[in-house]
Write a protein that binds this ligand. Structure first.
Ligand code: 1GP
Length: 236
């Protein structure tokens, strides 16, 4: 089994919690990579790189700058099919299962294939669920899809389960960058009870309290972007 996914699954079995720092190349100066990495929490286990509107060249420069400065696994978290870099370790091959836009269910994925085949990236099939974070987010705008309501837990669980049945290896519960309300503990624990694959949670997490709540509810990996972009680092 490929290494990055294997390690995520192993950490789930071991009850070890993972922390990913998300870098959006559009908001990141590659010259500051060393300084940025020095400031992230020592508990960080992964770096995610991607954004809604990043040019392929900017992504490549960013990934290379980060790889030069760290041994942490670098995982692509693409906003569109061009965000592919062979310098990274793995790619979250996302399907936006919460939406009903074929462009983000399969069209972008087909377009990505010729680019991916030129790389040796580890491909991780990932069910991506956008959940209402209390304000319109970039994913919603770019994809033209509606997030799932935080109140409709059964629909969220069924969507995650459909992803599992379709062969996805990870479930990503996304409240959107800068969300006012992160994905609730009730949602995380309901998905965890039903779907036995690792759960990633992101969007709007900006305090160690929120981080702990997500872990306690069953998140295996938590992704944090904005809180680090702002230099608004909290102690973990
Ligand atoms: C990753 O979109 C999130 O899933 C990142 O959200 O920028 O709010 O941390 P924040």
């Amino acid at each position: 089994m490929p290494r990055v996914l294997q390690e995520i699954i192993a950490s789930k079995k071991a009850g070890q919690k993972l922390l990913a720092v998300l870098i959006d190349p559009e908001k990141f100066d590659p010259h500051n990579a060393k300084e940025f990495l020095r400031k992230i929490p020592f508990l960080t286990t992964h770096i995610l790189i991607g954004g809604s509107t990043v040019a392929a060249e900017d992504l490549e420069v960013c990934v290379q700058a980060i790889k030069e400065q760290t041994d942490l696994p670098v995982i692509l978290f693409p906003g569109d099919y061009r965000q592919i870099s062979d310098s990274a370790d793995a790619l979250l091959f996302l399907s936006l299962l919460s939406g009903r836009n074929p462009e983000y269910l399969i069209t972008q994925q087909v377009k990505a294939v010729p680019l991916i085949r030129k790389t040796s990236l580890e491909i991780i099939p990932t069910a991506y669920l956008l959940i209402d974070g209390g304000k319109e987010c970039a994913v919603e705008k770019v994809s033209g899809t509606q997030p799932l309501s935080q109140n409709n837990i059964s629909e969220i669980v069924d969507t995650a389960m459909a992803g599992f049945y379709a062969g996805k290896k990870l479930i990503y519960l996304e409240a959107g960058s800068g969300a006012l309300n992160p994905v609730s503990s009730d949602i995380i624990s309901a998905v965890k009870e039903t779907v036995d694959i690792p759960i990633i949670v992101g969007g709007g997490i900006r305090s160690s309290k929120q981080l702990s709540l997500a872990y306690e509810a069953g998140a295996n990996m938590v992704v944090i972007g904005t809180a680090f972009e702002n230099g608004d680092f909290f102690s973990l």
